[in-house]
Write a protein that binds this ligand. Structure first.
Ligand SMILES: N[C@@H](CCC(=O)N[C@@H](CS)C(=O)NCC(=O)O)C(=O)O
Length: 210
């Protein structure tokens, strides 16, 4: 979604209920997961594959031109699933003890990302791509966004220990491209997910509402 918006391309979004996936969706999504991009009725799946396809077919190019730099960017997008699961373990934990225990892995993941920014972030602007978004920015933003939403409840402040990640996250979340990339119901859906999973974070949500 962020890559599509960064390319100012016209597209249509259909949100589905992942707890009751429609038949038409199961026919086009081989592993039953979102996102799926339909291009002339041809389904594409897996975020990175979709992003790479968009980058090869629609200007402006979000990947760097230099093949070596591009390969390093791809290596960092490949780290996204590990990064995402390390952070989500903190807010999907069912008890405070399990959430606290997940901090160590989350710190390791954030430390790795801090190193990525030190080594490979382009100069000239706050994004990984410098003054404009690149595919690494697009890949990490949803997970940074979700973590900060959860951390408004958990208040771990984990990101504060990583100044480059913190500044990057703030710059990403402040862009109109990112702001408009989620549906208005997203915060409520995210909270609903925390509640359904019976997480420790959800107990803080309920306390905050009392
Ligand atoms: N590797 C996939 C992961 C996609 C994924 O895990 N999507 C989640 C939502 S963010 C999903 O559809 N979960 C539903 C399920 O696992 O049943 C990608 O990057 O596209």
């Amino acid at each position: 979604m962020i890559a599509l918006r960064a390319k100012s391309v016209t597209f249509e979004t259909t949100y589905i209920n992942l707890r009751d996936r429609p038949d038409w969706f199961m026919k086009i999504s081989p592993h039953g997961k979102v996102p799926v991009l339909l291009v002339d009725d041809q389904p594409l799946f897996e975020s990175n594959a979709i992003a790479e396809y968009l980058d090869e077919t629609i200007a402006p190019r979000l990947h760097p031109e230099d093949p070596l730099v591009r390969a390093r960017h791809r290596a960092w997008t490949d780290f996204t699933p590990d990064f995402a699961s390390s952070l989500s373990a903190v807010y999907y934990a069912k008890t405070k003890a399990d959430s606290d225990a997940a901090h160590e892995d989350a710190r390791d993941a954030l430390e790795t990302l801090e190193g990525a920014l030190a080594a490979d972030k382009a100069p000239g602007g706050p994004f990984f791509g410098g003054d404009r978004l690149c595919l690494v920015d697009c890949a990490y933003t949803p997970f940074l966004q979700r973590f900060l939403m959860a951390d408004a409840l958990l208040k771990t402040g984990l990101i504060d220990g990583y100044p480059k990640v913190k500044a990057w996250t703030e710059a990403l979340l402040a862009t109109e491209i990112v702001e408009g990339s989620v549906a208005d119901v997203f915060p409520a859906e995210f909270e609903g997910n925390l509640i359904r999973r019976e997480t420790y974070a959800a107990t803080l949500l309920q306390r905050a509402a009392e």
